[in-house]
Design a protein around this ligand. Structure first.
Ligand code: FES
Length: 201
């Protein structure tokens, strides 16, 4: 065997080594299973992510209005120029399910539903009062109980009056709100205030 042949043989061996696959140790490291500590770390991270997603969703859910403007359950905007004059017949809003009644003490948005068994009462001009056709309950223009089987005065929706100097809103009892200087009036049909019981009316 010549020296040239030996050199060729070594070169071929080195080429084969270079082309050989990586050692088994490196592929084992790539698929090394996670240990208990890492597993708990990932679980903890996933829990935090889920918690944050739920909290964000809940905040958005409560922050957004659930009803659009002009939809029952939401806000109805009333142009002050369209409010009936004090002492004139109340005006119905069938979509908002309320009667707009302008009394000497201020504005009221009375729920259209009778407090007895839920019939729709009417305004009777001749008697200047609300009368329920079902069982005869009667109420004054401000919703106060007069007579009949109804257990309480009419329910009302919260009224908010915006003027150039501030905001006036219904109190907890839903008493009439003055609209002097109003630039915008809002009826909140999502906020119903129960009328006082018949004995208190
Ligand atoms: S439902 Fe109105 S009086 Fe009965």
């Amino acid at each position: 065997m010549t020296t040239q042949t030996v050199t060729k043989g070594k070169a071929a061996a080195q080429t084969r080594e270079a082309a050989a696959p990586a050692p088994a140790a490196s592929s084992e490291a790539a698929v090394k299973p996670i240990n208990r500590r890492e597993f708990l770390y990932y679980i903890w991270g996933a829990s935090i992510a889920v918690f944050l997603a739920q909290t964000t969703g809940a905040i958005i859910w409560f922050a957004l209005p659930r009803f659009r403007e002009g939809e029952f359950g939401g806000i109805f905007v009333v142009d002050p120029a369209t409010v009936p004059a004090v002492g004139s017949a109340p005006v119905p809003n069938p979509t908002g399910k309320y009667w707009l009644s302008h009394t000497p003490n201020g504005l009221l948005a009375l729920n259209m539903v009778c407090t007895h068994l839920g019939c729709l009462f009417k305004w009777v001009d001749a008697n200047a009062r609300f009368e329920c056709p079902c069982h005869g309950s009667k109420f004054e223009e401000d919703g106060k109980y007069i007579e009949g089987p109804a257990p309480r005065s009419l329910d009302r929706f919260a009224v908010r009056v915006i003027t150039s100097t501030g905001v006036v809103e219904s109190d907890a009892s839903g008493n009439p709100v003055k609209i002097d200087g109003a630039v915008r009036i809002e009826i909140n049909t999502g906020k119903k205030i129960k009328g006082p019981s018949a004995g208190q009316a």
